[in-house]
Design a protein around this ligand. Structure first.
Ligand code: KMH
Ligand code: ZN
Length: 277
């Protein structure tokens, strides 16, 4: 676990996701061009990792590696932020569709280490599928962030690490408050941290109205990173929609500083998360 006052906190922005729509926030980016400008604004505001999903112009989620490639090239042209493509995709996608994004050669990819009910849907990732995706990402030199929605996912990731399917130290994103996953509470966060190997890098994500206070818990407990963006939450406060992803990032950066920690630069994040992956 990182030392809470000596290590800077990275901010990941997840600008579009797959389950949110323009009905939730009319500013949701769809096209690569829109995602690139939202991402670059977010980097200006303090983000150093961009968690990418691809969509067609009408907003339908897509696994097309060309869309991912366009976003990655555009972001890399104008920033040194790390790009992370989602192998979570959308709940209805096949594993094959979800992992096509690896062909776009991001710096990092997200990866599920298990399954869960995702609200009314089943979000399925079998252990063999997770291992196969991890093996492919590693062969391509892509770093892996495990997305954790419940305690068993931490246990499964630790097992993949022990068995050599993942390289250490683990990088995990602890997602709290998905209906079907662990609840967004201090006890929920503590439950996810308990089985985590001690040298892991962990970030905190919480959905909807729980976001800000759970990120604060994470920052105070020594999180390596926090995540914000329209994928997880479209509101700045309960009674106000966020005007942009960058506004959420700026607010998260203020939160980090107000709790006595520093926001990490992309260069610092590169050294920390790509070393050893
Ligand atoms: N869209 C969610 C079902 C990830 O990016 O790895 C899964 C998700 C997680 O967004
Ligand atoms: Zn995602």
């Amino acid at each position: 676990m990182s030392s809470w006052d000596s290590e800077p906190v990275w901010i990941t922005v997840a600008p579009t996701g797959a389950e949110v729509s323009r009905k939730d926030n009319p500013g949701l980016p769809h096209t690569p061009h829109e995602v690139i400008s939202a991402s670059l604004e977010a980097v200006e505001a303090g983000a150093s990792i961009i968690h990418l999903h691809a969509r067609l112009p009408d907003g339908t989620p897509s696994g097309d590696p060309e869309l991912f490639r366009e976003m990655i090239v555009g972001i890399r042209k104008q920033s040194s932020a790390l790009t992370m493509t989602s192998t979570g995709g959308a709940v209805w996608m096949s594993m094959e569709e979800r992992t096509r994004c690896l062909d776009a050669r991001p710096d990092l990819c997200s990866l599920e280490s298990g399954s869960l009910n995702f609200d009314d849907d089943v979000f399925a990732t079998s252990r063999p599928n997770s291992i196969a995706a991890a093996t492919r990402a590693r062969a391509l030199g892509i770093g892996i962030e495990i997305e954790v929605f419940d305690v068993g996912h931490v246990v499964a990731a630790s097992r993949m690490l022990r068995e050599g399917h993942l390289l250490g130290p683990l990088m995990v994103n602890l997602v709290l408050g998905v209906r079907g996953g662990i609840d967004a509470s201090p006890e929920g966060l503590a439950a996810l941290l308990r089985p985590l190997p001690p040298d892991s890098r962990w970030s905190v994500t919480a959905v909807g109205r729980h976001q800000r206070r759970m990120l604060a818990f994470g920052i105070l407990l020594g999180a390596s990173g926090i995540r914000v963006g329209f994928e997880d939450n479209v509101r700045l406060r309960h009674d106000r929609l966020a005007s942009s992803n960058a506004e959420l990032v700026a607010d998260a950066a203020d939160l980090v500083r107000s709790l006595g920690r520093r926001v990490a630069s992309p260069a610092e994040v590169r050294t920390r998360v790509l070393r050893g992956q």
